[in-house]
Ligand binder design. Structure first.
Ligand code: DQA
Length: 143
């Protein structure tokens, strides 16, 4: 099964960016780890990162017909983007929203998400394991 993992704004800076919040691993290191983990569970992951909202929307549109599931960490677009919400709804691909940090333990503006109510579920606060739990859910429940 093909799963698309999308990371949004500023997640290319992982490793350098506020390591006390986001950890010291780079996005490439996380993705490599996830790819191997998913392979052992019969899932094929593709990865996409962009700091541009429109590029994320285009990538979601292009996923139509070729991916069964999306795992998305939109970064700050979580809290701002009706357009990414609409893109996900327009392709009808089920998705899980993930966050490295626990968005509920931080600034109040991080508590609101434009995606959560239309996501299959939200996993927040477990670092790279947030993605890993999403992979586990898909591997165990989606055929
Ligand atoms: C984040 C949480 C967001 O609030 C923030 O803007 C990010 C990263 C996370 O993974 O914890 O860029 O999505």
């Amino acid at each position: 099964m093909n799963v698309l993992v999308i990371n949004g704004a500023n997640l290319n800076m992982l490793g350098k960016r506020e390591p006390e919040i986001y950890g010291r691993e780079t996005l490439d290191e996380i993705n490599l780890y996830l790819k191997e983990y998913a392979k052992n569970k019969g899932l094929k992951l593709d990865f996409f990162q962009s700091n541009l909202e429109g590029e994320i929307i285009n990538r979601i549109h292009d996923a139509y017909g070729s991916f069964s599931y999306i795992i998305i960490n939109p970064g700050a677009f979580t809290h701002t983007s009706i357009a990414i919400r609409d893109a996900l709804l327009s392709v009808g691909i089920p998705f899980i929203e993930v966050h490295l940090s626990n968005v509920y333990s931080r600034e109040p503006f991080r508590k609101f998400s434009y995606l959560s109510d239309v996501a299959k579920g939200v996993i927040t606060g477990f670092g790279r394991d947030s993605y890993l739990m999403a992979i586990d859910y898909i591997a165990r429940n989606v055929r």
